[in-house]
Design a protein around this ligand. Sequence first.
Ligand code: ADP
Ligand code: MG
Length: 751
Amino acid sequence: MNSLRFKAIHEAISRTPLISEAPSNRVSDFFGKNVFGRSQVQRYVPESAFKALNDAIEKGTTIDRKTADEVASGMKTWALENGVTHYTHWFQPLTGSSAEKHDVFMDITPDGRPIEKFSGSQLAQQEPDASSFPSGGIRNTFEARGYTAWDPSSPAFIFGKTLCIPTIYLSYTGEALDYKTPLLKTLHALDKAATAVCQYFDKNVKKVHATLGWEQEYFLVDSALYNARPDLIYSGRTLMGATPPKGQQLEDHYFGSIPERVNEYMRDFETEAYKLGIPLKTRHNEVAPHQYEVAPIFEEVNIAVDHNMLLMDLMDKVARRHNLNVLFHEKPFAGINGSGKHNNWSMSTDTGINLLSPGKTAETNLMFLTFFVNVIKAVHEHSDLLRAAIASAGNDHRLGANEAPPAIISVFIGSQLTHTLDEFEKKFKPGKLNPNEKKALKLDLGRIPEVLLDNTDRNRTSPFAFTGNKFEFRAVGSSANCSQAMITLNTIVTHQLTQFKKDVDKLTGKSANTEEAIVQVLHEYIVSSKNIRFEGNNYSKEWVKEAEKRGLSNIQSTPAALEKLTTPKAHQLFETYHIFNKRELEARHEIQAELFTKKIQIESRIIADMALTHVIPSAIKYQNALIDNVKGIKEIFGLRQNNLAGVGINDNKLSEELNDCGNSENLVDAQLSMIRQISERVGLIRTNVEMMIEERKKINQLEDSIAKARYYGEKVKPYFDEIRYHSDKLEILIDDSLWPFPKYRELLFVK
Ligand code: ADP
Ligand code: MG
C-alpha cells in the first residue's frame, strides 16, 4: 500500500472549505485601501509635491530631490499608520516572477536612537546585490550590481506588512534587466506615434495610452495531492499520468457552478486584490476539470501588467490558506486543455476615445479604420516577433495543440469588418477620389455598426482576434509576464503608425488631400496585409497547409522562435524606437534560451527520478506479487496432479475440474503475460532514461547557450514522451494500491 498517496487522497477528500473572511461591506468601500493612490498622495504629500508627481506621471517630467523626499515622507507616514514595518523595491527581473528585498524602516541615529526613516533617495533608487538574476552576459560578475529605480506611474502598495515600490531594474551600465523598463519605453513611443496619427482626425488629442485587460486561466490542485507529486512541485506540470476515465469530453465544467471550496478561495484572493486596487471583474470555471479564469476591468498597460504580476503572487499565497495549490503552467495535464492569458489590447486617447472602437460617424470611423488596419498590417509585417514574444518551454505544449491557438499567427476580424475591408479594397482604387467615390466612402464608413455582431459569435480558435473594440492576443502563456507580448505589440504598432504617417505625408499635397491620402495608404495596406487575415478554424489541418501556401510562418519550438529576436530586421526595429539596443536584444535572446534549457533540464531530472525511484520499484513490486502468485498456483495444482497420479486415482469428475482450472499453464497464462509486459516496459523506461541522461551530458558540454537550448529541445525533450508512454501504461496495469503518485482522477476531480 502506498501510504503517501493514500494519506494525501484521504486528506484531500476530507477537507471542509475554509470560509473566507471577505468583508460584508461593499467592495467600493475598501477598494484600493492598500494603495498609495491619488487620494492618499493628496492627503499625505504637500500640494506642490503632489503636482510635481502628477506631472511626472502625466508628462514624464523628472522628479527633483525635494519632491522625492516629500513623497517618501508621506508614504512612510501612511505605511506606518497601516502597520507596515518594512519597505521594498518591487521589480520584475527576467526570471519571470517579481522580486523584492525587504528593508526595515528603522534606522539608528548617530547618538544610538532608533527612528523610522525613509528618504527620497531610498524611494528613488536602490542597489540590490542581484548577481543571481539573469542578465545574459550584460552584467559581468565583477560588476554584479544592478540598480532599481522608482516608477512613479505605478503606485506603491502594501503587501502583508511591507510597503512595495514598483521599480525598473537596470544594469550598472544602464541596460534593462527587467520587463518594465522596455515596456515603459514602448508605451512612450506608441503614445508619440499614435498621437501624431490622431492629429489627422482630431487636433484635441494630446496623448494616447495603450490599454490591457488580461484574462488569467489557472488550475487548482489540493495541496496534499500536489505535495505527493514531485513533478508538480518542481516543474508545475505533470510529467506522467494516465488519462482518467472522464476528462473534459462531457463539457460540463465550463461556466458550471463553482465548487464551494474554490469559491471561498476566489472570494479570499479577490478581497485582497481589491484592497490592492486590482479591479477584478469576472470569475468562472474554464473548460477543463478544476480549471478556472479570472479577469479584471482593463487598465493602462503598465498598471495592468503590475496588477497581473501581483495577482499571480497573491493567488499563490492565498491558495495555501485553503490547502490548494494554483497552477499557472501552460499545460499542467496532458489530454485536457492548457491555460493561456488572453491579452485584450487597445489604445485610448486623453479625450476618451477608444481608437479601436467603431464610432457613430463616417469621420470617426475613418480614424477607427486607420488604427484597425495599421494593427493588422503591423501583425502582418512582424508576426515572427509576436511568435517570439510568447515563446516559452511551457507554452510550447500549448501552441498548436488541439485546443489552443496555433503557432501560426493570423488575425481574425469577423465577417462584418471583413466585408468592410473587402468593399474598401474594391471601391477605392489608388489615386484621386471622384465625387461618387467620396460619397460611397462616407456611406460605407458610416455603415460600420457601433456594436459589431461578431462580438457575440467570435472565432475562439484565432491567436489574434478583433473582438469588437480591442484586439485579443490569445496565444500568450498563462504563466508569462504580459510585458513580453505587450512590448512587442506596442513596438510593431508604433513602427507601423510611424510608417503610415510617412506614407500619408508623402502623398498629401501632391496628388491628394489628407483624407484621400489616408484612404489611398489604407487601401494599399489592406491589400498587402490580406494574407494574415484568417476567419476559419485555426485548429484545422487545412489551415496549416493554407498558411504554408500563404507564406506564413509556423514556428513550433521556443528556441526557433527566439531566433527571430536577433535578426537584423528585429535589431533595426527595436533600435529605431530606443526600446532595446543590440546588446540588450542579444542578452534577452540568451536569457530566454537559458531559461528554456533550465526548464527542460529540470523536467528531465524529475522524470528520470520519478521513473527510476518510484515507477519502476512499484512495477517490480507488483511483478513480484504476480510471480509469487504463479509459483503458488503451480505448487498447489502441480502438487495435486502429482499426488493424484501417484495414488493412481482415475476420477473423471476430478480430471474435468483439473482441466478447467487446475491446469496450471492455462491458469497462469494471464499473469505470465502481465509479468512479461511489466518487464518490457520497465526495460524500455530504463533504457530511455539512460539515453536521455547521456544526451544531457553531451549537450551540457556546449558553451553556446542558444545551441544548447536547441539541442535540449530536439534531443532531450522527446524522451519525455517515450518514458511517459510506458509509465502511463504501467499505471493502468499495476495494482492501484501500489501506484506511487496521485492519479489524474484524483488531481482533477477532488474539489
Ligand atoms: P470576453 O472576451 O471573455 O467575452 P470581455 O470582452 O468582456 O470578455 O473582456 C475581456 C477583457 O477585455 C476584460 O479584461 C476587459 O476589461 C478587456 N477589455 C475590454 N475593453 C478593452 C479595451 N478597450 N482595452 C483593453 N482591454 C479591454
Ligand atoms: Mg476574451
